[in-house]
Design a protein around this ligand. Structure first.
Ligand code: MN
Length: 431
C-alpha cells in the first residue's frame, strides 16, 4: 500500500499509483530513479553549431559528414555555445558531461595548427566545466582540414600527411588526459574518454584494401604509445561503414577496430549510425563486452543512411538501453550522443534527444526483468511475449515526470515553453 501525501498534486497521485503498479510486478521505481540519476550522458557540443567549430568559421564540413538545414540561432562562438549548453542542461534532469571536438579550441584569434594544440587552448572550457560540474570527453578532429582533403588521414600513404594526423591525435590525448585529471580532482567525475574517428576511405572500389589498414594500425600504435593514467583518461576507437565520398571502402571498419580494441585494450565506440541501415548496435553490446572491459556508445539515428537525425524514443533506442540494463553494464557502457540537425532549434535537438535517451533508460530500468527471465528460463515464450508487450503500456510517464520534478527541471509542454523563450530572447537575435 502506498501512503499518499495529505494534499498530493495530480502528478504525485499519478506517481504513487504508478509506483504501486510497478511494485505489483516486482519493480522498485525508487531504485530505478536512483540509478537513472547516476547516469551521466555525454552531450555532443557539435549539435550547437552544425559541427562548424571555431578554427575556421567559414570552413566547409568535410570527412563525408553533412549537416542539413539553416535554422536561425546557431552558436557563433564558444561563449554562445556554452550559453546554449547551459540552457540545454537546465532542461535535462541529472548531471551530464560534454563531449568536445578539437575544433572547438579557443586560440585567441591566433591560428594554432591542430598538431600544436594544448590544454591551454581549452582553458575556458575547463573553467566552465569546473564551474558547472560537467565531466568532459574529447575527440581529435581528423576532417574539415586541407590535410584531410585527399580522403586519408591516419591511414594515408603520404608520410607527411600521416605524421600530421598522428601528432594531432597525440596532442589530443594529452589534452584529454589533462581534462580528466583536473576535473576528476575538482569534481570527482569519471575519466575523460578521447575517441578517435577518421573518415579515411575510397569512393570507388579500391585495388588494395590492406595497405591503408596496416598504416592505420601503425598510426594508432604510435598515438597510443605514451602511457596515460587510466584513472583520468581512456582511449576509444570508432569504426564506420561508409561516408559520403567513401562509399566503397572505409579503412577503419567495425572489424578493424573491434580487433584493434581487443588487442590493444582500448574502448570500442559503437555509433548507431555507423552500420548497415537495418543493423542495430543493441545486439552487439553483450558480444563485445565479453572481450572488452568498457565501450562508448554514440547514440544517433540514421534515416536510410548515417543521417544523424535527433534521437527519438523508438524501438532501436529502447533495445540499446534494455541491453545495457539487462546485462548489468551501466558501469561499463559510456553513453554519448552523436547527431546534428540544423533544420530545427538546435537547443531543442539536444534537449529532446538527451531526454529521450533517459526516458528509454528509465523504461529499461522499470522492466519486470525478474519475471521475464523466469518465464524465459522455464521455456514459456508465450508468457514472455505477453509480458514484454504488456510492459509497453505500464505508466512509465508518471515515473519520468516525478524524476524531472525531483531533479528540478520542467516537464511536458513547459520544456518547449522554455525553449521558445530562449529562442525569442537569445537565439532569434543572432544573425
Ligand atoms: Mn560517432
Amino acid at each position: 500500500m502506498v501512503i499518499m501525501a495529505a494534499n498530493p498534486t495530480s502528478a504525485e497521485w499519478a506517481y504513487n499509483l504508478a509506483r504501486e503498479r510497478y511494485a505489483d510486478l516486482g519493480v522498485d521505481t525508487e531504485l530505478a530513479l536512483k540509478t537513472l540519476a547516476e547516469v551521466s550522458i555525454s552531450l555532443h557540443c557539435w549539435q550547437g553549431d552544425d559541427v562548424g567549430g571555431f578554427e575556421n568559421p567559414d570552413g566547409e564540413l568535410g570527412g563525408g559528414l553533412a549537416a542539413t538545414g539553416n535554422y536561425p540561432g546557431k552558436a557563433r562562438n564558444a561563449d554562445e555555445l556554452r550559453m546554449d549548453l547551459d540552457q540545454a542542461y537546465s532542461l535535462i534532469p541529472g548531471t551530464h558531461r560534454l563531449n568536445l571536438h578539437s575544433i572547438y579550441a579557443e586560440t585567441g584569434g591566433q591560428r594554432v595548427e591542430r598538431d600544436r594544440l594544448e590544454v591551454e587552448h581549452f582553458s575556458r572550457w575547463l573553467d566552465w566545466a569546473k564551474e558547472k560540474k560537467h565531466g568532459l570527453d574529447f575527440n581529435p578532429t581528423c576532417f574539415s582540414h586541407p590535410k584531410a582533403n585527399g580522403g586519408f588521414t591516419l591511414a594515408s600513404a603520404d608520410p607527411g600527411i600521416r605524421r600530421f594526423w598522428i601528432d594531432h591525435c597525440i596532442a589530443c590525448r594529452r589534452i584529454g588526459a589533462a581534462f580528466g585529471e583536473q576535473l576528476s580532482t575538482a569534481l570527482g567525475t569519471a575519466p575523460t574518454i578521447t575517441n578517435i574517428w577518421i573518415p579515411d576511405g575510397y569512393k570507388d572500389t579500391p585495388a588494395d584494401r590492406k595497405t591503408h589498414r596496416l598504416l592505420l594500425a601503425d598510426s594508432l600504435d604510435q598515438i597510443l604509445e605514451e602511457k596515460l593514467n587510466p584513472a583520468y583518461h581512456k582511449d576509444a576507437v570508432e569504426g564506420k561503414l561508409f561516408g559520403i565520398g567513401a562509399e566503397s571502402y572505409t579503412a577503419g571498419s567495425h572489424e578493424f577496430y573491434l580487433g584493434y580494441a581487443i588487442s590493444r585494450k582500448t574502448l570500442l565506440t559503437l555509433d548507431s549510425g555507423h552500420f548497415h541501415p537495418t543493423e542495430t548496435i543493441a545486439d552487439k553490446i553483450s558480444s563485445v563486452l565479453i572481450y572488452l572491459d568498457e565501450i562508448l556508445l554514440h547514440v544517433s539515428r540514421g534515416v536510410r543512411w548515417d543521417s544523424d537525425h535527433v534521437v527519438i524514443l523508438n524501438d532501436d533506442l529502447l533495445a540499446i538501453m534494455q541491453e545495457i540494463v539487462r546485462g548489468g553494464y551501466l558501469k561499463r557502457v559510456h553513453i554519448g550522443l552523436d547527431y546534428f540537425d540544423a533544420s530545427i532549434n538546435r537547443l531543442a535537438a539536444w534537449v529532446i534527444g538527451t531526454r529521450n535517451a533517459q526516458k528509454a533508460l528509465l523504461q529499461a530500468l522499470l522492466e519486470p526483468s525478474v519475471q521475464l527471465q523466469r518465464l524465459e528460463a522455464a521455456g514459456d515464450y508465450t508468457g514472455r511475449l505477453f509480458l514484454l508487450e504488456e510492459a509497453k503500456s505500464l505508466p512509465y510517464g508518471a515515473v519520468w515526470e516525478h524524476f524531472c520534478t525531483q531533479q528540478g527541471v520542467p516537464t511536458g509542454a513547459n520544456v518547449l515553453e522554455e525553449i521558445r523563450k530562449y529562442e525569442a530572447g537569445v537565439l532569434g537575435k543572432r544573425l
